[in-house]
Design a protein around this ligand. Structure first.
Ligand SMILES: *Cc1c(COP(=O)(O)O)cnc(C)c1O
Length: 289
């Protein structure tokens, strides 16, 4: 379905990292959301004419679903808790681009129930963040690419790291890779992440290894050290990472890296459309970035 994403070598803080550039997978449809939703591009779905989902008003999944719906000529209906007046008057980031793709967005206190309530034979319901079994199809393709990339570069003792939200990507990667997969929680704590794994897969041998950090980070909150590592990565590697998951991922990864033997491979999971709104938030808090 997609062209292979690039597999690059970069150095950061005097270490070598392989970076799987899933941010460059496709112009409109990138990152792990493209992998998670690939299944919905690969099948006919003759009877389907709309896709319904729910979550936050700046979600990467929301934007990616708007692309999917546009590519397939489906209606896209999305439920969120609220849309701030400021955002309605000044749309930006994922919200803006999803609207441009034709998203119909509704607010209400029971977004999951509202979305799931629209289930019928013509409707695909997508759970928040794309946490569902169909995601395995595209993530398995990512695993197959990685196996080829690793063989091609002849990497000794490789291991994978990627930050988790729902944990869907890390879990299915571990299920389909013969190498160790490390991840960290960015939403909720480690227990919450394990619970998420458990909802998708009962067999614990497929669970990735969760890395933690001394400091607790709250999802979506702004941290000066997160902004710093985002900037340093951009300067030193020439690669822009997302501002929501990746800074926390890199912080926790680097805190633990000396305890892991092998050659690190970091999965860039996209999300750059979302940086527009994250940057605006950082600039309102810390000045021009
Ligand atoms: C959605 C997303 C994640 C989290 O993926 P999960 O499969 O939910 O763990 C991480 N990074 C980026 C950039 C994302 O958009």
């Amino acid at each position: 379905m997609f062209a292979k994403s690039p597999f690059e070598t970069h150095s950061f803080l005097d270490r070598l990292f392989y970076i799987k550039r899933d941010d460059l997978l496709h112009i409109d449809f990138s990152g792990n959301k493209a992998r998670k939703f690939e299944y919905f591009l690969s099948q006919d779905f003759k009877d389907i004419n709309r896709v319904v989902s729910y979550g936050s008003n700046q979600s990467n999944a929301m934007y990616s679903l708007s692309v999917l719906a546009k590519m397939r000529g489906w209606e896209f209906i999305y439920f969120c808790d609220h849309i701030p007046k400021f955002l309605q008057q000044n749309p930006n980031g994922n919200y803006k681009y999803a609207l441009q793709n034709g998203m119909k967005i509704f607010t209400g206190p029971n977004r999951a129930e509202d979305a799931n309530g629209l289930k019928d034979s013509k409707t695909l319901i997508i759970q928040e963040g794309g946490r569902q079994k169909e995601a395995e199809f595209g993530i398995k393709n990512l695993a197959k690419e990685l196996i080829l990339d690793i063989k091609h570069k002849n990497i000794k003792n490789p291991y994978i790291f990627l930050p988790s939200g729902t944990g869907t990507t890390a879990l299915y990667l571990q299920k389909h890779l013969p190498y160790r997969v490390f991840t960290c929680a960015t939403v909720g704590d480690d227990e919450y992440l394990k619970k998420q794994f458990n909802e998708l897969e009962k067999d614990k041998k497929h669970y990735p290894i969760i890395l933690d950090s001394k400091k607790k980070y709250h999802y979506g909150k702004l941290y000066p050290e997160a902004l710093k590592i985002y900037r340093d990565l951009k300067t030193d590697m020439g690669v822009e990472f997302d501002l929501l998951y990746d800074p926390i991922g890199w912080i926790k990864f680097l805190e633990n890296i000396d305890t892991i033997e092998g050659t690190p491979i970091y999965i860039h999971q996209g999300g750059l459309k979302g940086n527009e709104s994250m940057k605006a938030r950082y600039e309102r808090k810390y000045g021009k970035i």
